[in-house]
Write a protein that binds this ligand. Structure first.
Ligand code: PMP
Length: 305
């Protein structure tokens, strides 16, 4: 654990506690079965406004409500409460750097794998900057691991246990010398990366797998669709075949953590000229100007702290 983390404050079951006091019991269904759902939210420091800007907080907390319902929790931690707790957490930590916020709702107590409560809640926020690959682009592998399907582990729920699927794909990609994995779903169509959605550009149209492709219904994906529309770029949400990467002029990942990360090559074959393309670069500019508060086009997406 980085030293600075010890000084951080954590929201833990309606209280704000020091980092080392946020503990969950080893016998909880959370610890035993990964019975929990979570979110990843970013907040950026705006020098211009002298404020932290939390990006699309409400949408993240509403998705967390949906995740809890899919997981059949017997009590739902409401988005309103979690938004308020997050804002207070960011305020109490007095951040002046970009941070990654992680709200979690988990099954506490000592139940078995079907336990639906009692429910606990915590939120952490730790400094996290933009990954290097956002600037230089990354390489990706079409994973031999299949994306989980809605018939087994619904990808639409951001459930902790789902991330074992991402883990297999991510580790394999690393061992094989790639930066990232792209998984196909049970129908053999492109689904998503191991923690991010994927777009490719074909004939000037930005194409991304539909929300019934066993993806997480990504908030960044939604943001990107809106921003591309504003840039005059046509978009399509549909089934995507793996071979389309080789017909594409550009491709990129998007997600809260991965932000907008260009994909330079898939399976060792360059996409277009093998470096970040013009639409991807323009989109990055529009995206970062928005989340960092340089532009003010979508004020409803920004919570100032
Ligand atoms: N897919 C998966 C599996 C993810 O974990 C994430 C990150 N939350 C995403 C997509 C991107 O979602 P979002 O844009 O809401 O962060």
């Amino acid at each position: 654990m980085p030293d600075h983390d010890q000084d951080l404050i954590v929201y833990f079951n309606r209280e704000f506690v020091p980092w080392n006091e946020a503990r969950v019991h080893v016998f909880s269904p959370f610890a035993k079965y990964g019975a929990a759902v979570f979110e990843g939210v970013r907040a950026y420091w705006s020098e211009q406004r002298g404020r932290m800007l939390v990006f699309r907080l409400r949408e993240h907390m509403e998705r967390l409500e949906v995740s809890q319902r899919i997981m059949r929790f017997d009590e739902i931690a409401p988005a309103d409460d979690l938004c308020a707790a997050t804002i207070e957490l960011v305020r109490r930590n007095s951040f002046r750097t970009p941070v990654h916020i992680r709200p979690t709702v988990y099954v506490d107590g000592d139940g078995g794998s079907s336990a639906r409560g009692p429910i606990g809640t915590f939120i952490t926020a730790v400094p996290r900057g933009t990954p290097e690959r956002v600037h230089e682009g990354c390489t990706a592998q079409i994973s031999s691991w299949e994306r989980i399907s809605d018939r087994s582990m619904p990808a639409r729920a951001k459930a902790n246990a789902n991330y074992n699927n991402a883990r297999f794909a991510g580790i394999q990609a690393g061992i094989d010398g790639y930066d990232a994995a792209i998984m196909l779903n049970s129908r053999g169509k492109v689904s998503e990366g191991q923690g991010m959605c994927v777009f490719l550009i074909r004939d000037g149209v930005a194409v991304t797998p539909s929300v019934t492709s066993d993806i997480l219904e990504s908030i960044t994906r939604d943001t990107v669709l809106t921003l591309l529309g504003g840039m005059g770029v046509d978009t399509a949400e549909r089934d995507v075949d793996r071979s389309e990467f080789f017909a594409a002029s550009e491709a990129f990942f998007c997600g809260t953590g991965w932000e907008i990360t260009p994909i330079n090559a898939v399976d060792g074959t360059a996409i277009g000229p093998g470096r970040p393309g013009p639409i991807t670069r323009r989109l990055q500019q529009v995206y970062f100007d928005l989340v960092m508060g340089v532009t003010d086009d979508c004020p409803e997406w920004i919570a100032e702290v």
